[in-house]
Design a protein around this ligand. Structure first.
Ligand SMILES: Nc1ncnc2c1ncn2[C@@H]1O[C@H](COP(=O)(O)OP(=O)(O)OP(=O)(O)O)[C@@H](O)[C@H]1O
Ligand SMILES: [Mg+2]
Length: 286
């Protein structure tokens, strides 16, 4: 059974259909990318899955349980967390404190225990801090735990967001442009971290990303949105040579031009080793 199953999700903002009958199935322990030009509806789709917006139409289930109508905190408690396209950290809190905040949906103490500083609460607090330290080690920020979040380099801030998202023990993590604005070395570290999320922690990952080399390297499957609609879905090699996808990125006519330049596979062969037209990197505009 799919871990996440979204069926025919539609979201309208006034006259604009930002997400138009998009379906997506995500198997456990997979890494799926959602790509598409600016304004294609990628972030809106994440906002719907995480309960920030309610869909106008469609159904979403996690492990067979419906998520529609739940609040973001309830969805986090069900096992879905995310990072944001525009980094959202508490800049004047320490790195460690930022991760502690992320554990909120999982803390066992009641509000009364916290207010009374009961023994149960102190034990909770000790465990929470130990867990936060481990998560910071995992994202390779252990040495920065007492620094203010705002003093971190850009790539480190993105890793801190991931640590915070991990703090509530998600089954599924949604990463909105985890490599945006990163230099090549930071992008490589981010790629490695995304892989370790799945391989070391068993977390399923869905990511939105404009960096095509990262997407092609890491994804088992890629879903392409354009003007709110899913226009293609498949393995990286299929997606990168799909004329509809190339056209969505480069405009009408480009696919035909690229196709004309490409040496064609011999008939009846299954080889995929012929040169592939590379999808362009779309600049991150946010
Ligand atoms: N709250 C909102 N109110 C009105 N329109 C919105 C709202 N949120 C998103 N939109 C519009 O919906 C469309 C899809 O936006 P979305 O942010 O989902 O795109 P995206 O694929 O994430 O793009 P990008 O790659 O630039 O981040 C855009 O036209 C955007 O202006
Ligand atoms: Mg977006």
């Amino acid at each position: 059974m799919a871990l996440l199953e979204a069926q025919h999700i539609t979201k309208r903002f006034g006259g604009l259909t930002a997400v138009n009958s998009v379906s997506l199935e995500v198997d456990p322990h997979s890494i799926i990318s959602v790509i598409g030009p600016n304004g294609a509806g990628k972030t809106t789709f994440f906002n719907i899955v995480t309960g920030i917006y309610q869909p106008d139409e469609g159904t979403i289930t996690l492990d067979g349980q419906s998520l529609v109508g739940l609040r973001p905190d309830q969805i986090a408690a069900q096992g879905i967390t995310r990072t944001f396209q525009n980094i959202r950290l508490f800049n004047n809190m320490t790195v460690l404190e930022n991760v502690l905040v992320g554990q909120h949906p999982r803390l066992k103490s009641s509000v009364w225990q916290i207010l009374l500083h009961s023994r149960g609460f102190k034990e909770d607090e000790r465990q929470a801090e130990e867990k936060a330290r481990k998560l910071l080690e995992f994202v390779r920020l252990g040495h920065r735990r007492n620094d203010l979040a705002r003093s971190l380099a850009y790539g480190e801030q993105r890793r801190l967001e991931i640590a915070r998202a991990l703090a509530s023990d998600p089954k599924l993590i949604l990463l909105d442009e985890p490599a945006a604005g990163m230099n090549p070395q930071e992008t490589e570290e981010a790629t490695d971290l995304i892989r370790r999320l799945r391989d070391d922690r068993g977390i399923t990952v869905v990511l939105i990303e404009h960096d095509m080399s990262l997407v092609m390297e890491i994804s088992e499957r890629i879903v392409v949105l354009d003007y709110g609609k899913k226009i293609a879905e498949g393995a990286p090699l299929e997606i990168r040579r799909d004329p509809r996808v190339i056209e969505a990125y480069l405009g009408a006519g480009a696919a035909a031009a690229l196709e004309a330049q490409m040496p064609h596979d011999a008939p009846n062969t299954t080889t995929t080793s012929s040169p592939q037209p590379a999808l362009p990197q779309t600049p991150n505009q946010k």
